[in-house]
Design a protein around this ligand. Structure first.
Ligand code: NAD
Length: 479
């Protein structure tokens, strides 16, 4: 049976690229998902020029038209969530329920920004000068370059593309190479929903060719990137040098504090979900569990019991809790960190072994360590099903350990104390804080983003997305 071939979408047309790549299925390496076109620097330049040419008309287009297109895409995503969820699970390795949930979320995001397109507002103020009025309005930024990672193949593109278009920008979108299928499905929906030629373009391919061209092209006015810290920093430097607006969402080493007074079931559920669901491949994963002495033994025992009941396997099969690691490279990184943790003296209390399955895939048992705050396993982002538990004597010490990181995306606490929950929310150095919930798993209609080394620029999602995708104009009128 021939595999689907995913083509690039440039200036309203489906086009071939210079080379081809294979879209692998990490649960079943002998059963790839499809083939995709890898664009060149020339293809990317063509997409940027098309977006630049389309911008003036789209910027002035009716907000009703923008809302209708986004709403159509949102409805289609919701209607096809099972089918597209299967595609997502096959190409990324998330379990089917997680993948279907992600597609539904992408649909809700498109619908949210369909509404926001109709609510682009401003302010009207009296001037300090008699007879003068002041209006503050929002205008689109121009051509937006969108560079996405592989771990949320449809939700992250959705939460960048939908606001970009809603506020009147044109888009050049570069998906991660591991997940071209979901990106193609989104481009296909936008095309059929009637987005005008050039307004939305998608170029698949490498960071070196496609990504770099987007980042350095003078016609790209703003870049929204989600991915690793290393690439993010390079993009920041290049974009800042030429005066482009930049928004970066990068890594995390998110702490989950478990205090002595926590409800044990709530804490174990939050920790297992936050650290290991989606194979731990979430920027918001709770990879540091900071556990107070009084509950430590009970918590660790309950964690081991819960982890031993989890089923690792083929992402599309019913009853599987944890799908495969996304690719060989990430699996090697996970195994390297497991080795480094052991070498540094961390104690492996559960898992960490490869799991064999009827299909060939990257299956890894979740790994839980106990360790010390200074160990690499407690400081560096692994981006896999690997977590470390650290002891704390008191709330104060737990708080200090939670903030002792270069990252600041999300932080959580499990406690029944209003005092400690309130203090935690106030003092946690993170963009998002959770009480009695996993650090991963956020709503689509409120701001998303971090502090410190995790994020640069304004927040994504919800109404706050307008900060990045618009620029403010102040108009004075004497009358
Ligand atoms: P990555 O940085 O390797 O790649 C991200 C994207 O950048 C890909 O599309 C890639 O092709 C592109 N790219 C690579 N080199 C480039 C270059 N020189 N110029 C321009 N583009 C380039 O990240 P990844 O492996 O796809 O994703 C995993 C990382 O993403 C993790 O570190 C994770 O924490 C982070 N992440 C962060 C968030 C968040 O919101 N904070 C969300 C999801 C993932």
């Amino acid at each position: 049976m021939s595999m689907p071939v995913y083509r690039n979408y440039i200036n309203g047309r489906w086009v071939n690229g210079s080379t081809m790549g294979v879209n692998q299925n990490p649960s079943d390496l002998d059963n790839p998902v499809g083939e995709y076109v890898r664009g060149s620097a020339t293809d990317t330049t063509e997409a940027i020029e098309a977006a630049d040419a389309a911008f003036p008309v789209w910027a002035e287009s009716s907000v009703q038209r923008r809302a209708d297109i986004l709403d159509t895409v949102g409805s289609e995503l919701l209607a096809r969530k099972n089918e597209l969820g299967l595609l997502l699970a096959r190409e990324e390795g998330k379990t089917l329920p997680e993948a279907i949930g992600e597609v539904a979320r992408a649909g809700q995001i498109f619908k949210f920004f369909a509404g926001e397109a109709l609510r682009i507002g401003g302010e009207h103020l009296a001037s300090v000068r008699v007879g003068v009025e002041v209006d503050i309005t929002r205008e689109p930024v121009g051509v937006v370059g969108i560079i996405a990672p592989w771990n949320f193949p449809i939700a992250i593109p959705a939460w960048k593309i939908a606001p970009a278009l809603a506020y009147g920008n044109t888009v050049v979108f570069k998906p991660a190479e591991l997940v071209p299928g979901c990106a193609w499905a989104l481009a296909d929906m936008l095309h059929r929903a009637g987005v005008p030629a050039g307004v939305f373009n998608m170029v698949m391919g490498s960071g070196r060719l496609v990504g770099n061209t987007i980042v350095n092209h003078p016609s790209v006015n703003a870049i929204s990137f989600t991915g690793s810290v290393g690439v993010g920093r390079q993009i920041q430097e290049a974009a800042t040098k030429r005066g482009a607006k930049v928004q970066l969402e990068m890594g995390g080493k998110n702490p989950l504090i478990v205090l002595d007074d926590a409800d044990l079931d709530v804490a174990v559920n939050a920790a297992v979900n936050g650290a290991f669901f989606s194979t731990g491949q979430r920027c918001t994963a709770s990879s540091r569990l900071i556990v107070q002495n009084g509950i430590y033994d009970r918590f660790m025992l309950a964690m081991q019991q819960r982890l031993s009941a989890l089923k690792v396997g083929n992402a599309v099969l019913q009853g599987v809790d944890i799908g495969p690691v996304v690719d060989e490279k990430q699996l090697q990184t996970d195994l390297d960190y497991i080795r480094i943790a052991k070498e540094e003296g961390a104690k492996l209390v559960f898992g960490g072994d490869l799991v064999s399955q009827p299909t060939r895939g990257h299956f890894l048992q979740p790994a839980l360590f106990t360790g010390e705050p200074g160990m690499r396993i407690a400081r560096e982002e692994v981006f896999g099903p690997v977590a470390v538990a650290i002891r704390a004597d008191s709330f104060e010490q737990a708080m200090q350990q939670a903030n002792d990181t270069e990252f600041g995306l999300c932080a959580g606490i499990c406690t029944q104390s209003l005092k400690y929950a309130t203090q935690f929310k106030r003092r946690a150095q993170a963009g998002m804080v959770m009480v009695n919930l996993p650090t991963a798993g956020v709503d689509f209609h409120v701001p998303f983003g971090g502090r410190k080394g995790s994020s640069v620029g304004s927040r994504e999602q919800g109404r706050y997305a307008a900060e990045f995708y618009t620029t403010v104009k102040t108009a004075y009128t004497a009358a």
